[in-house]
Structures are given as C-alpha cells and as structure tokens.
Ligand binder design. Structure first.
Ligand SMILES: *[C@@H]1O[C@H](CO)[C@@H](O)[C@H](O)[C@H]1NC(C)=O
Length: 252
C-alpha cells in the first residue's frame, strides 16, 4: 500500500505537452500543430523542454529545470520484498531540460482511440530530504538525510485511451484511461547518513541498493505508475474538458 501527496515530473510533462499544443496559450516560436502531425507535435514538446524550461509567463508555464515537487510518501506492505516507509521531502528534480519526445502516435482528426507519447532523457535526478525505515529484500534500512534517486536514460511512455464527447456542438477528448510506464537503463540511488551516519553500514547498504536496483525498481514501480497516472489524468482531464479538441489541434 502507498499513500501520497504526489506530484511527479511525468505529470508536468503531460501538461507541458498540452500547453505546447494549445493555441490559446501559444507564444510566437510555437505554432499549433495539425492533428496527426507527429513531427510538429514532437518539435513543440522539445522546444518547451529545451528552451522554455525557465518558465514562460506568456503562456502560464512554470519553471521545469529544476522542477520542485510536492512531498512523496510511499508505504509498501510489510509482506513485500521491499517493505519500506519512504518519505521524500522537498524533492527537486534535475534533468527535465534534456527530455526529448521520440515518438507520438494518435492525436489525429478525432479524439477516439489510443494516443501515445514516447519520451527519453539522459538522466532524471530527484534530490530530496528523505526518511526511510523498513526492509529492502533481506536487509533492514533506516535513516534520514539527503537522498539522490536518479533514473539513468529513462524511456517514458504515456498511453491514453480516449473517446469523443460533444457539448454545445464542440468536440472534446474524453479520457477513458491514462497510464504511464518508465524503463530506465539503471536506477542510481544514494542515501546520505543511513543508520545515524554509520559510514561502513551506510556505504554497504548504498552499494547493495545499487547492485539490486532492478528488483527494487520492479517492486516500487507499480505504486509510482499508479499514483503518477492518476495525477496526470486529473491534470489532463482538466485541460481536455475545457479546451475543445479543434483548439488544441488544427483539424484539416
Ligand atoms: C545524483 O546522482 C547521479 C548519478 O549517480 C549523479 O550523476 C549526480 O551528479 C548526482 N546529483 C547530485 C546533486 O549529487
């Protein structure tokens, strides 16, 4: 089980994606894309990450590099191989400026069907004030201090299944389901000051975590995906519910 007041970089990616498409909020160096023109959509997304990461008031975009998040609290069930309480406070994310869209599918003439967004970054690091307590695989873990959790070369995928909704003669995209997936090449973790600063124990455990990153990631990714997906769905729903589809994309 996990509980969280969660807000993660992937959530804002989607908002950025929409902002980079929505006419009403366009700035001069971004132009609205024709529905289904994946090259144009990719270009807009990359412009926003690469060049507008310090924010742009003219279209209500806040700073994304670095990106400040809300606290994240994860409580895993004691029966799990990774049975931890993990609190990440004041998290700050670095590396979003190098996120690039690789592939966009869907977003065609009508909102119906599946839409996909594939993004890649060299790294995404989250620096936080952590508190951890519990058991990872076979070892107990406990401590508090500064942590660095880094996704190395993450490939991120967003999948939206949608239908059309017509209101006052306008067509809107209605999200049925929104999911996220993320596949990193590696997960690099460093927790300072584990076990009240016991250097030997702390370094051993950090090595253990990094050697076993795959198992740890596989155990932890579900609650992350679910929470991120849920938050993103809320954000995306807000935008798609208030902006007609033909204002987001030009329909030819
Ligand atoms: C976080 O960890 C990554 C991977 O080990 C490293 O490249 C990066 O410099 C670290 N960031 C900070 C702020 O320590």
């Amino acid at each position: 089980m996990y509980s969280s007041k969660l807000n993660f970089v992937l959530q804002s990616i989607f908002v950025i994606f929409l902002i980079s498409c929505a006419t009403a909020k366009l700035s001069s160096d971004l132009k609205r894309c024709v529905a289904g023109d994946s090259k144009c959509i990719i270009k807009n997304i990359n412009t926003v990450f690469g060049e507008k990461n310090q924010g742009d008031e003219s279209f209500g975009l806040s700073q994304t590099e670095p990106f400040k998040m809300e606290d994240i609290i994860i409580k895993q069930d004691p029966a799990n191989p990774v049975a931890i309480y993990l609190a990440l406070k004041n998290p700050v994310v670095y590396g979003t400026k190098n996120i690039r869209a690789r592939k966009v599918k869907g977003f065609g003439k009508t909102p119906d069907g599946r839409h996909e967004l594939l993004l890649h970054a060299p790294y995404i690091s989250m620096i936080s004030d952590y508190e951890i307590d519990g058991k990872v695989l076979i070892l107990p873990i406990k401590g508090q201090g500064k942590s660095n959790i880094t996704l190395v070369e993450p490939l991120m995928k967003m999948i939206i299944d949608a239908t059309s909704r017509i209101e006052d003669g306008k067509t809107y995209l209605n999200i049925k389901d929104l999911r996220v997936e993320c596949k990193p090449k590696r997960l690099a973790m460093h927790f300072e000051n584990l076990f009240n600063g016991d250097k030997a124990l702390g370094e051993n455990l950090n090595s253990f975590l990094n050697e076993n990153w795959k198992e740890i990631y596989n155990e932890m990714k579900r609650p992350w995906y679910d929470a991120i997906g849920k938050q993103m769905k809320e954000g995306a729903t807000k935008i798609f519910n208030t902006t007609p589809y033909d204002e987001i994309f030009e329909i030819l």
